[in-house]
Write a protein that binds this ligand. Structure first.
Ligand code: DC
Length: 235
């Protein structure tokens, strides 16, 4: 196998389990991992905390003005999990709440927010040896990534997964119907926004994991990565 470290872009719909797969792949390959959704969530949390989002309205000029002062970083927890920090504060739990989920797509639809975060993500990815997951990684952030994967699953399956995940964390505030509504609404906003809408890159492999176990997905992804790394070596 080549020593050259490639870039891997994993995009797809929300709650397809792509972050979990991407993280596991990065661990197995010894690559870095960037959860770009966490960055949009951190910006959303900041806006909620500072009154920039109020009554479902976003004060865009105030949000754009605050971006340069925000630092968003990742660091492993004691048990090795990647956690998100906003201006030095661990916000990993808070950015996963339904409240943040309800506002994040609207924040991610703002062109100035996207341009700012895309630049940060490109800086994080420029050395290669990275697995990055999101919505526009293969199309905008890392268009030259050697491996691109687009992950999808039915909305019902994704809502059930998200619901189980929230329950496992002790969050019982949302019903399955509410989670399904959130998943469907986020799909709608993510695929129809004017700024880099969610779409499969022409050269992305498609993975529909509706009927796959976590182990099957991990194996599929690892094999796709090894194949690509081998091909890259032969080129
Ligand atoms: O993957 P996630 O559910 O944590 O993403 C949160 C939101 O951020 C989701 O509505 C889509 C948006 N997002 C995006 O627009 N571009 C990315 N690269 C990553 C996430």
């Amino acid at each position: 196998m080549s020593n050259k470290k490639i870039s891997i872009a994993i995009d797809g719909y929300s709650s397809t389990g792509k972050s979990t797969m991407a993280k596991e792949l990065a661990r197995r390959l010894g690559y870095g991992y960037v959860d770009t959704g966490a960055m949009y969530r951190a910006v959303t949390l900041y806006a909620m905390r500072h009154g920039i989002i109020k009554d479902n309205m976003i004060d865009e000029p105030a949000l754009l003005a605050s971006l340069p002062s925000l630092t968003i970083t990742f660091a492993p927890s004691a048990d090795g999990r990647n956690e998100t920090y906003l201006c030095g504060e661990n916000v990993e739990q808070e950015i996963r709440t339904m409240e943040v989920s309800d506002h994040v797509s609207a924040v991610a639809a703002i062109g100035g927010v996207r341009r700012h975060l895309v630049k940060l993500q490109q800086d994080m990815g420029k050395a290669g040896g990275i697995v990055m997951d999101g919505r526009d990684i293969g199309t905008v952030v890392l268009p030259d990534a050697e491996l691109k994967v687009f992950v999808t699953a039915s909305a019902q399956v994704r809502a059930q997964r998200r619901y189980d995940e929230l329950r496992a964390k002790g969050d019982t505030t949302a019903t399955l119907e509410q989670v399904l509504a959130n998943v469907t609404e986020r799909d709608r906003i993510d695929t129809t926004r004017a700024e880099s809408p969610l779409r499969r890159a022409d050269d992305a492999l498609l993975l529909d994991n509706s009927d796959m176990t976590r182990e099957q997905q991990n194996r599929w992804l690892y094999e796709a990565a090894i194949q690509r790394i081998d091909d890259d070596h032969r080129d």
